[in-house]
Design a protein around this ligand. Structure first.
Ligand code: BMA
Length: 865
């Protein structure tokens, strides 16, 4: 009781204090009352901020949805126009009492002139940075007016191109689709490369206010940044330096204290000068709890707060969630001196990086909801991945992306935003790049998920400075003088500027010039024994899937295979008359020139190609899933030589045929289900080649364990025809080549068409892994065409429990409740073995749906081929 009255007293006291004194800072987000129009033309229309011109035009019924059919073509005019945004807002007298008021624009896309009450304040020219300006003298009590003029990025780009004279390579810039012929302007603009088109995305060159815009009122001084730099870490203690940046209006004394909850970790009296100040405060945390990836431990976070006081009164504070961990890349020369390792070491533990490349979630960034970010990172974790690579053709992600990776224990490979192009080297461009790099390194350096800064995507190999006969044929298009100039700029940005910035602002963090990259003076290829590799022989060069076993490096940071999205997703952009992969609409949603050709030819090699469109999509997904599963298994089976496998690509920017494992609507393709299994901590990997079966057991876990491999060959009715049990010693954080058998020892080639080999791994009677292995190609399997499947659908806590049992093998069952019901199946596209009872959970998206067994559609490979 006494404690309770004390609380009330405290509340009254602070209310009283609150009445007497004005708070020391306040924020007004300018998100309402926005209107927009084509510059100097037409009527003002309501706008959403943050937003984009395209989404505002759509909301006002002025342009059609560019994701539907070929409507992308109809909106190409939008990027050639200038646009204006306008906001009238009211300022109260009290707000104007702040000694300083700063206008903060956290994201402007891109060439924007910002006017407040008619006065030009900011000339923005970089998508990737925030802009701020002191505006108190311009504000008045009552109505104020903010106006932002967006110059057409195309006009700006064309001017830069004509000034540059000879132009630069930008392989993915779909200038022709944009009506610009061969004029590739993307490289001159510091704006996401993918806006200009990519081989999985449309060309939609946006403009707009894509992140919040706000007014910050403050007095005396404010903390503008705090970086908790980790100086050393051991089991006993972590030593940190809080690097605090303070902006001050006057010269005065102050105090900075650093708290963890109520515990004071460090403090310093500081003498502030007018303007920008930086103070370093040493801190110690005893018995630190480490941050781990979700698969190796818990991603523990500390919330630390820096508080600034003036005349003993707190005036401002900043909090950050940090993680204590060591992360480095180990490059130790091999004993034979032929190459060097390349692996991440987290808290002293070598980590096999299991993950994917990540692209933006939409062409229109501001409409990506928090829920979509959550689903994306949850799907990453659920599929046993511990790393995502933020690829350099997109943008430095929103805070929520990194926050979720911190919380869920996922490492981030962060590219700087340069991809598949060469860039201009004039001083103005380099200044812009420098500002961008400093801003983003500082913005992201507190995140424990951040594991590496990488200069760019694929430019080192594309230009191929040190090998005249390699590369993408770019340099041959230029004179020797131009070549020298282009390479010099490359060298300046990626070998000098960016590493210097990382070293200064994120000390200790590893910088890697390009992905892929070998050693200085030599470029990566599919076999290099150093650095990382992008292996695209499967797909581009039509190597068979088994070539994944022959092209392995130390770290596979890209490889991939396309598929179409499932039929439900295709129906969001294609009408029945378009349901043919060669139709103009389907072709507009397939941006790889060789895409359909490759899918068809690999399908012909591995499956019987279905004539039915829906079945074709389904078999295409299996083709992709089987191929990428093989790649992952090949990489993991090469542990510890190979220590990373990031497939291309986890997500999509719009509904499209692409290399993704999840489509635009975040529906898991067959591949994502397969990946989840291939990335489990301990797996067996089977390779059937040259008349032999090779089995590897791979484990990311520590601890010696005895294990047993149990092999059973069954026919499609469930009868066992052959078996073999083998004892093994389970490997620790590495791969073991457990068994090699001639296929003839298991069965003859005719029997192989009618059987499946079940490979189960046990350790002390715990069932560790299970995988069905086919000794013949799916193309020749004599699968039951209509396996009878008993099904039950029962309401359960999470949604619905589905119980399935078949008397004969149903290979790759695809479960679906039809177009009206969307949701998530805990497993899908799996093999239902004869006699086996399988339970799957279905979580519908819609609330209150009632589902029955009759509504559950099941397709299996035997039926589809
Ligand atoms: C990789 C990427 C992307 C591209 C993908 C598929 O090289 O870096 O540029 O989308 O291939 O072609």
């Amino acid at each position: 009781m006494r404690f309770f009255s004390f609380l009330i007293l405290m509340a009254l006291l602070s209310a009283l204090l609150g009445c007497q004194t004005q708070p020391n800072s306040a924020m007004i987000e300018l998100k309402d009352n926005w209107t927009f129009r084509q510059a100097n033309k037409g009527n003002w229309m309501p706008a959403t901020v943050p937003g984009t011109v395209h989404t505002d035009l759509m909301q006002n019924g002025k342009i059609p949805d560019p994701y539907f059919r070929m409507q992308e073509e109809e909106v190409q005019w939008v990027d050639k126009a200038d646009w204006e945004y306008s906001c009238r807002f009211t300022i109260e007298e009290d707000f104007l009492k702040f000694e300083a008021i700063t206008l903060e624009c956290l994201g402007l896309d891109t060439y924007a002139d910002v006017y407040l009450n008619g006065q030009l304040l900011i000339l923005a020219d970089n998508f990737f940075v925030a802009y701020e300006k002191e505006v108190k003298p311009l504000l008045k009590v009552g109505q104020n007016h903010l106006r932002i003029f967006f110059h057409s990025p195309i006009t700006v780009g064309l001017q830069a191109l004509s000034k540059h004279k000879y132009g630069l390579p930008a392989t993915n810039d779909q200038s022709e689709r944009g009506g610009l012929g061969d004029k590739k302007v993307s490289v001159f603009l510091r704006k996401p490369g993918y806006h200009f088109g990519w081989d999985w995305g449309p060309r939609l060159v946006t403009s707009g206010i894509y992140r919040p815009i706000r007014l910050m009122g403050w007095n005396k001084a404010r903390l503008t940044d705090v970086y908790f730099q980790q100086d050393s870490l051991n089991d006993e203690k972590a030593k940190l330096t809080a690097r605090c940046e303070v902006e001050s209006l006057v010269e005065h004394e102050g105090l900075i204290e650093i708290f963890q909850g109520d515990t004071l970790l460090g403090m310093q009296e500081v003498a502030m000068l007018k303007g920008k100040n930086e103070f370093h405060i040493p801190l110690e945390i005893y018995a630190p709890i480490r941050w781990w990836t979700h698969d190796l431990g818990k991603p523990h976070l500390y919330k630390l707060t820096a508080r600034l006081s003036y005349q003993r009164k707190p005036i401002n504070e900043l909090s950050r969630k940090i993680g204590l961990r060591t992360i480095k890349i180990v490059q130790t020369p091999d004993e034979n001196k032929k190459g060097s390792s390349f692996y991440f070491e987290l808290n002293g533990r070598p980590v096999f990086a299991k993950g994917a490349n990540y692209i933006p979630n939409d062409m229109f960034i501001p409409r990506v909801s928090d829920e979509r970010y959550q689903n994306l990172i949850q799907s990453t974790v659920d599929a046993n991945m511990n790393m995502l690579r933020i690829w350099g053709g997109g943008f430095y992600e929103n805070d929520i992306f990194y926050d979720l990776c911190n919380e869920q224990g996922v490492l981030v490979w962060q590219d700087f935003m340069f991809a598949c192009s060469m860039y201009p080297g004039d001083p103005e461009f380099l200044r812009n790049v420098e500002e961008e790099a400093v801003y983003n390194v500082k913005r992201l350096r507190n995140h424990p998920c951040l594991a590496i800064w990488c200069g760019n995507n694929e430019i080192d190999v594309a230009w191929s400075q040190y090998n005249e006969f390699m590369g993408w044929g770019w340099k041959q298009l230029y004179t020797m003088a131009q070549r020298r100039e282009i390479w010099q700029t490359y060298d300046t940005i990626f070998h000098k500027l960016l590493p210097t910035i990382v070293g200064a602002h994120h000390p200790g963090m590893f910088y890697w010039p390009s992905s892929p990259y070998n050693v200085p003076g030599r470029h990566a290829n599919s076999h290099t024994p150093n650095g990382d590799i992008h292996y695209w022989g499967v797909w581009h060069s039509e190597h068979p899937f088994s070539a994944y076993y022959d092209n392995i490096g130390r770290f596979m940071s890209e490889y991939g295979f396309q598929s179409f999205p499932e039929f439900k997703t295709v129906k969001t952009y294609a009408l029945p008359e378009d349901w043919n992969i060669e139709s103009p609409v389907m072709a507009a949603h397939q941006r790889s020139g060789i895409g359909n050709l490759r899918i068809r030819s690999y399908m012909q090699q591995n499956y019987r190609v279905p004539a039915n469109f829906e079945h074709f999509l389904y078999v295409g997904q299996l083709l992709q899933a089987e191929g990428i599963k093989m790649a992952i298994e090949a990489h993991r089976a090469s542990m510890p030589y190979c220590m990373g496998s990031l497939y291309w690509q986890i997500n999509d920017v719009w509904p499209v045929a692409s290399w993704s494992g999840m489509d635009y609507y975040q529906r898991w393709k067959a591949m994502h289900y397969f990946i989840k299994k291939a990335f489990e901590p301990t797996i067996t990997a089977a390779l059937v080649r040259d008349g032999k079966l090779r089995l590897s057991v791979i484990s990311d876990e520590l601890g010696e364990r005895a294990g047993e491999l149990r092999l059973r060959l069954i026919d499609f009715n469930g009868e066992t025809l052959w078996k073999k049990d083998t004892s093994i010693q389970m490997p620790q954080n590495t791969a073991l080549h457990a068994l090699e058998l001639p296929l003839t020892e298991i069965c003859d080639s005719n029997t192989a068409k009618k059987t499946v080999l079940l490979v189960d791994l046990y350790s002390q009677d715990h069932h560790i892994s299970h995988s069905p292995v086919y000794l013949a190609s799916a193309k020749v399997l004599e699968l039951p065409t209509a396996p009878a499947i008993e099904k039950q659908v029962l309401p359960s806590e999470e949604g619905f429990l589905i119980r399935l049992r078949a008397s004969q093998l149903a290979k790759n069952v695809f479960l679906d409740f039809g177009d009206e019901v969307d949701g998530f199946f805990s497993d899908n596209y799996f093999d239902l073995l004869p006699g086996e009872l399988v339970e799957v959970v279905f979580k519908p998206k819609q609330k209150g749906v009632s589902l029955t067994a009759e509504g559950l559609k099941i397709l299996s490979l035997g039926e589809a081929q």
